[in-house]
Every structure is written in C-alpha cells, then in structure tokens.
Design a protein around this ligand. Structure first.
Ligand code: ADP
Length: 308
C-alpha cells in the first residue's frame, strides 16, 4: 500500500496564531478521506501546505512520498481550492491549456489534455466560452477539470460543492465516486451529509491539531457498535414544534423504543428492527401529511462526530 501523505509534528504559524499546531497524520492510499473541523481549525492551511503554497514553520510533511511543491509531484497532485477563480477574459479551454503548460506539457499535449479533462466533467462544449457565461456550478466543474490535469494520483478538494445548485452537486458527486477507485481524494467540506456519501475516513482538525473525534466516528461506523437499531429521520420542515410532535408520535410506533430530537433537528429513533420501523415511520408520515426528506439507518456522521 502506498502512502498518501504524512505530517509529523507539523506547525504553521501566522504571527502568533498557530494555524497548525503539531499535526501528526499518516494516511495510506485508498478510500476518500474527509477533512472536517470548525472554522479556523486549520483545514485551508493544511491544504496550502500540502500543495506547497505555504511552508511549514516546523515539522515535516510528505505528499505521495515527496516534499510538497517538489518537481516530482508535478502532475501527481491536483487541487480544487475553495475560491478557485478563473480569469474573466480568457476562454475556459485556453485557461485549462495554460494549466497544462504550467505543468510542463507541450502545446499539443496541453490541447489534448484540455479535451480530455473537459470531457470528463461533461463540459467539452464550453471550451470557447468565457467563465462569466457559466453558472457557479459549472465553474466548479471547470475547476474540477483543472484539478484533473496530468492524471493526478491525489486530489485535494476544498468545499467542492459550496454554493453549487443540486444538479451540479449530483454531477460533481458522481464524478468523485467514479474516480475514487483510481485517485485518492482528500475532501474538506462543512456538508457532513456530502462527506458521509463520499468518504470512508475522517480526519477531524481542531485548533490546528488532529482530534481523535474523526477516528472514533469512523470506528463507530465500521464496528457498528450500536446495541440496537437506529434510524435518523430528516423532516422537510424546520419547525421545532413539528419535530417534537413527530418524535412523540414515532415513539409510539410498534418497532420504536424511543425517539428524540437531535440538536440540529433530525429525529433519532431507537428501534427494534430498522426495516420495520422505517416502514412504520414512512407510513405514519404519509398518513399524517408530514413530509420527510430522508430516513436513514444508523446514526449520521454528524451525530457520530458531535454527540459521541
Ligand atoms: P479553516 O480552513 O479550518 O477555517 P484556516 O486554515 O483558514 O482554517 O485558519 C486557521 C487559523 O489561521 C485561523 O485562526 C486563521 O485566522 C489563521 N490564518 C489563516 N491564514 C492566515 C494568514 N494568511 N494570515 C494570518 N492568519 C491566518
């Protein structure tokens, strides 16, 4: 198994702020990894260090066995920065080619690469257009195409779907899932629902350090340590009274032993049989005109991270 990245006592300081405060991390190639943590935890700084944009103050870091920013990583590491901006007056295709040229490709290679990566994100027909003519979601897909240049082995995605409309979110998620067999992904996102669908490993950063929270949540998920079944029900309404009323009704269903409202409004039910209880919950909602968005087995990643 190859090593995706390592950080050893990694510190990055900005003046007095220790954005990274002794990060120890070792990740092997494989399933996509989620990078989570509150604002200011150091996620963007870690990405910047891994990309070679920012130097560590102390400690060491390797990406695919090499020092960040080293020539050996050219074409091996792709990144979609959170605020990836495209130049307004240059066509999409020309800009993709520019990135290829920056990686040392010949003009011909860069042109072929432009066609390949725009094709992957299904935007081959916008190559001649200017960025402003595209929606935010399409521009994110262009940024993803840019991250694919050179067939990288590892791609860092910083908030890949922030502010993106649902159809483009679906396309971006589909692409990541499709490529995840061949490419390693490290994905930073505040959307835990998204991370739960895309990733199997979680790194939780807090105040510049790796917290055990992420590993505990993943172990919990893998070992399924729950003694009895659990359902998480997400309703279509944001109304605490409705949540309480539904939780009370769900508690009374034959296959449910208890139901509470989690801090962010999901209903979490302890159940005897997940399948039978799910059918009961869905039936009750239908009979009582309550719209639900999602009924899922077990606990969500959000609960595992924040309600351990
Ligand atoms: P996150 O991406 O998890 O929100 P950041 O890596 O952006 O966290 O920031 C971590 C800490 O470092 C924050 O306290 C932030 O204010 C500080 N920081 C980040 N970048 C800079 C910078 N260029 N100059 C000064 N402080 C910075």
């Amino acid at each position: 198994m190859t090593t995706m990245l390592t950080c050893d006592a990694l510190v990055r300081r900005y003046g007095r702020t220790r954005a990274l405060d002794g990060v120890d991390l070792s990740l092997d190639s494989g399933a996509p990894v989620a990078l989570v943590g509150p604002n200011g935890a150091g996620k963007t700084t870690l990405f910047s260090v891994l990309c070679g944009y920012v130097r560590p103050t102390s400690g060491s870091v390797t990406v695919l066995g090499h020092k960040p920013g080293s020539a050996a990583l050219r074409g091996q590491l792709g990144a979609l920065p959170q605020d990836a901006e495209l130049a307004p007056r240059r066509s999409i295709g020309a800009q993709i080619e520019d990135f290829g040229r920056l990686q040392g490709m010949s003009r011909g290679q860069a042109r072929a690469e432009r066609e390949r990566v725009l094709d992957v994100v299904d935007l081959a027909d916008v190559a001649r257009q200017l960025p402003d003519s595209l929606s935010h979601g399409m521009r994110k897909r262009v940024a993803l195409a840019q991250a694919l240049i050179g067939s990288p082995r590892l791609i860092l995605l910083d908030e890949p779907t922030a502010g993106v409309d649902p159809p483009n979110v679906r396309i971006i998620h589909g692409l990541i899932r499709e490529m995840a067999g061949d490419i390693d992904f490290l994905i930073s996102s505040h959307n835990l629902d998204e991370l739960e669908r895309l990733t199997e490993r979680v790194v939780y950063l807090d105040q510049g350090q790796v917290s055990s929270r992420g590993a505990v949540a993943v172990a919990d998920m893998a070992g399924d340590t729950e003694a009895q079944g659990r359902l998480t029900i997400t309703l279509d309404v944001v109304d605490a009274d409705v949540h309480d009323r539904v939780a009370a009704a769900v508690t009374g269903l034959a296959n449910v032993t208890g139901c509470r409202v989690a801090p962010r409004g999901d209903l979490v039910a302890d159940v005897l049989s997940e399948d039978a209880a799910a059918a009961e919950v869905i039936g009750w909602c239908a009979g009582n005109g309550v719209r639900w968005r999602r009924v899922s087995r077990g606990r969500t990643l959000e609960e595992r991270l924040y309600e351990a």
